[in-house]
Design a protein around this ligand. Structure first.
Ligand code: USQ
Length: 386
């Protein structure tokens, strides 16, 4: 297959590129390196310094003999996206190329607009390029479980049949997201569903949970092939942050009561889920949604798992609840369905202490790089007037 990966320089994009390339597919990556710019602007360096994308592609070619093509440009520029599609002619497009952080989108007016313009306009340009030059290609779009929020009912996979006043219809599942970032993904989903309906495109929206992990088989094949691993308050996610906090001798920080539940999955399972989606494409005109996570944990449970794993490694980590910078339910019902990827053959790598220990062992190798001052939350959802 000819696989086009949008956001190929990112935490998931780069491991995905190597994964598909190693399996013999023709791979091209697209990136504008905005994420690196945003990281510099908010002072958030990855734990392990990252070679440029060009350099990683060269290392990969030297190691495997396989070429990964690279297009540098911005998805919000319609002509750039059109040129990439006309030039590469993808069979599958894996779209990670968006601003991925909820706190970043909540810094203020400018970042909220930047997030939504970047994500929504970029996605629209992808849709139009598909329609014009690759109408039979399959788009695998990274959405998020956060689109649904935490409703007091079971969460279905994208769609729900509603009976109302004696009539019924199959509709997109109601959305109640918790940040302008998560909202950008809701808008993407609505645009994609509409495009499938009117132009017969085929799309799989992967409503992914919080990803954790630092390594995949391919990132371990040679020095320099690593992916970006963040632990700061803006681009770092819960479990990754907790592991770094434990290694740094800092308290593990559940926000508020810590009863917030989320779906989680290992980075290795992300790659497999994306592969399963490409191997089993959506039908023409179908907007298909998979809830992509393997386990549900509360933030408190995660903190305890990390604390216990740290103890086994001789680290006496402490859990310290901090004031929640977000506006979110801290004690709630959470039951999302996640059957479709299992039906296609996903064999989850569950989170166990062993895995947490191996993550921490890797973090210990780079302990000297940890910057304590970028760990505590700096962005609040609502500034209280004093
Ligand atoms: N949290 C803490 N302590 C911390 C960091 C986070 O208690 O030190 C809590 C948050 O308040 C939240 C939960 O952990 O309740 C998850 O937060 P997160 O920062 O790990 O993840 P989130 O902001 O939800 O976003 C991440 C990715 C995003 C992806 C999303 C999937 O950054 O790209 O879409 O996970 S999901 O959460 O399912 O929407």
């Amino acid at each position: 297959m000819r696989v086009l990966i949008l956001g190929g320089d990112g935490y998931l994009g780069w491991p995905t590129a190597m994964y598909f390339s190693r399996k013999g597919h023709e791979v091209a990556v697209v990136d504008n390196f905005n994420k690196r710019k945003w990281e510099a602007e908010v002072d958030a360096s990855p734990l392990i310094p990252l070679p440029s994308l060009q350099e990683r592609i060269r290392i990969w070619k030297r190691l495997t003999g396989k070429k990964i093509q690279m297009f540098v440009g911005d998805l919000v520029h319609e002509r750039f996206v059109a040129r990439v599609f006309e030039n590469f002619k993808p069979d599958a497009i894996i779209h990670y190329g968006e601003q991925p952080s909820a706190p970043f989108s909540m810094i203020g007016n400018e970042r909220a607009v930047e997030t939504q313009v970047n994500n929504v306009v970029g996605n629209l340009n992808v849709i139009f390029s598909m329609k014009r030059s690759s109408p039979n290609a399959h788009l695998i779009k990274l959405g998020t479980m956060g689109e649904y929020g935490t409703p007091n009912i079971d969460i279905e996979e994208g769609w729900i049949t509603i009976r109302h006043k004696g009539r019924k219809d199959r509709l997109l599942f109601p959305k109640k997201p918790g940040s302008f970032y998560h909202l950008s993904k809701v808008h993407d989903s609505a645009n994609l569903e509409f495009a499938c309906r009117i132009w017969n495109l085929r799309v799989t929206d992967l409503n992914q949970g919080v990803v954790y992990g630092i390594e995949t088989e391919e990132t371990q094949m040679a020095p320099g092939l690593q992916t970006s691993f963040h632990y700061d308050d803006i681009f770092g996610t819960a479990l990754n942050r907790f592991c770094v906090q434990a290694v740094a001798g800092l308290p593990i920080t559940p926000y508020g009561k810590g009863g917030q539940k989320r779906g989680f999955l290992n980075i290795v399972d992300t790659l497999r889920c994306v592969e399963l989606a490409t191997q089993n494409p959506a039908k023409k005109g179908e907007f298909r949604v998979f809830n992509q996570f393997t386990e549900v944990f509360s933030v408190n449970e995660l903190a305890e798992i990390v604390r216990d794993a740290a103890k086994k490694m001789g680290i006496d980590a402490k859990v310290k609840h901090v004031k929640n910078p977000r506006k979110e339910a801290e004690d709630h019902y959470y039951k999302p369905v996640h059957k479709e990827l299992l039906k296609l053959g996903l064999k989850p790598h569950k989170l166990s202490e062993v895995l947490v220990e191996s993550m921490m062992a890797k973090i210990i190798e780079h302990k000297d790089n940890i910057e304590d001052e970028i760990i505590m939350p700096r962005v609040v959802w609502e500034k209280k007037k004093t």
